[in-house]
Design a protein around this ligand. Structure first.
Ligand code: LMR
Length: 403
């Protein structure tokens, strides 16, 4: 049968990262994957994370035993405090440790697909995800057996949030649909609703009895302040939504390879919490038994120590500040090298990416002519830019967009 296995397509994001690795052009630039790089283009281990690891290495109570199915309960509590606020009512939060954000979406999608009542006449639970969104969302929720649908999010003519389109589509969605929302620093567009718009979205979701699924992969990268970046999520919880949250510590703690995240569900009572926990465990056990412990031990060590926590917040701010400086500089240098385009949307956007508006042909030209590797939707990971390559990238972008 193996001779009948067809070659599959490469991943739209990680496939490009692989192509970057095998490229031998010395000029090559990687602005593809959303992973932080320091001002010299190197991956960065946060000093607070390094210190936590050093502590763990000499801690005699540390061992290599399996974590429980739901993960390290202390870590989960701290992680949920980070997202929902330390004053959140933990007795109503069902939370499990997951394999980063992807694992959280997968476990969450499975849970929703199993327990959300299907709207009349539908044989799958509909989930509405923004258009555009992180490419992996589509495959994840399809693989969870959900009916993946889209709602308008971005207007490529104005290069801004398509708020009216979003509202119209959420109104049109069958009552009781699942609505996926990016908690902050929307990937790939860098456009978030304002707090007033979030409030209206919350009211609409409530009136349509929709269920909200928040994906929080960039807490700390929108404003540089992880607390402020949780505002939309916390608003929805205070408005009484039974939020489901996928949380990743890949970007904000720089724990990409550790696969550290959580999936949580805001319940109405202790009984509900207990039932939901039992079902999440039933989903996880046959999938991967229990999560890896290194990343969660690091997050736990940082967040249980006041000094390390303060240092962590500084580290996170440092990353967000450098990225933002690159955002501003990219547009400045584009102008300097002669671009007459209006790039104001790039400076208005927030988070790790610039959603430039370049089409796939322009992106392909950047890669083939200049060995600049980016996703074909025109998204540039600003973290891949630094003083050593920004002029080269700006000149190349000007070249492919000038014609
Ligand atoms: C990205 O969007 O580049 C990141 O979230 C990395 C990934 O897994 O795709």
């Amino acid at each position: 049968y193996l001779s009948n296995v067809p070659e599959g397509p490469p991943d739209a994001i990680l496939g490009i990262a692989e192509a970057f690795k095998s490229c031998t052009d010395e000029r090559k630039v990687n602005v593809c994957v959303g992973a932080y790089r320091d001002s010299t283009g190197k991956p960065w281990i946060l000093p607070s994370v390094r210190k936590a690891e050093e502590r763990l290495l000499v801690d005699p109570t540390v061992n290599k035993e399996y974590a429980p199915i739901a993960g390290d309960a202390k870590y989960v509590d701290l992680a949920l405090g980070f997202a929902y606020g330390t004053d959140a009512d933990m007795t109503k939060l069902a939370g499990v440790q997951t394999l980063s954000g992807t694992g959280a979406c997968r476990v969450g999608g499975h849970f929703l697909s199993k327990f959300v009542p299907k709207p009349e006449g539908m044989d799958k639970v509909p989930i509405y995800i923004p258009n555009p969104t992180w490419g992996n969302h589509i495959a994840i929720f399809n693989n969870c057996g959900m009916d993946v649908r889209r709602y308008r999010y971005y207007n490529s003519k104005t290069n801004r949030l398509d708020y009216d389109g979003l509202i119209e589509d959420l109104k049109e969605a069958p009552e009781g649909s699942v609505i996926l929302l990016h908690a902050c620093a929307h990937n790939p567009t860098g456009c978030d609703p304002t707090m007033e718009q979030w409030k209206d979205i919350s009211d609409l979701i409530k009136s349509k009895k929709h269920h909200c699924f928040f994906d929080s992969a960039y807490q700390g990268f929108a404003s540089g302040d992880a607390e402020a970046d949780a505002s939309a999520l916390r608003l929805f919880v205070s408005e009484g939504h039974n939020v489901v949250l996928a949380q990743s510590f890949a970007k904000n703690f720089g724990l990409y390879g550790e696969r550290t995240g959580t999936l949580s569900v805001v319940c109405n009572s202790l009984e509900e919490r207990s039932a939901v926990m039992s079902q999440l465990k039933l989903i996880i056990r046959p999938m991967y038994s229990s999560p890896p412990i290194h990343g969660s031990s690091i997050v736990k060590t940082v967040l249980t120590d006041e000094e390390l926590t303060a240092e962590y917040y500084d580290n996170c701010k440092e990353m967000a500040t450098r990225i933002n400086a690159m955002r501003v500089k990219l547009v400045e240098v584009l102008k300097e090298v002669g671009s007459e385009h209006d790039w104001s949307h790039v400076t208005e956007q927030i988070g790790m990416f610039a959603y430039t508006g370049m089409n796939s042909d322009m992106c392909d030209e950047l890669t083939s002519k200049y060995s600049i590797f980016l996703t074909r939707d025109g998204r540039i990971s600003l973290a891949g830019l630094n003083d050593g390559n920004i002029e080269y990238v700006a000149k190349a972008v000007h070249d492919v967009t000038a014609g």
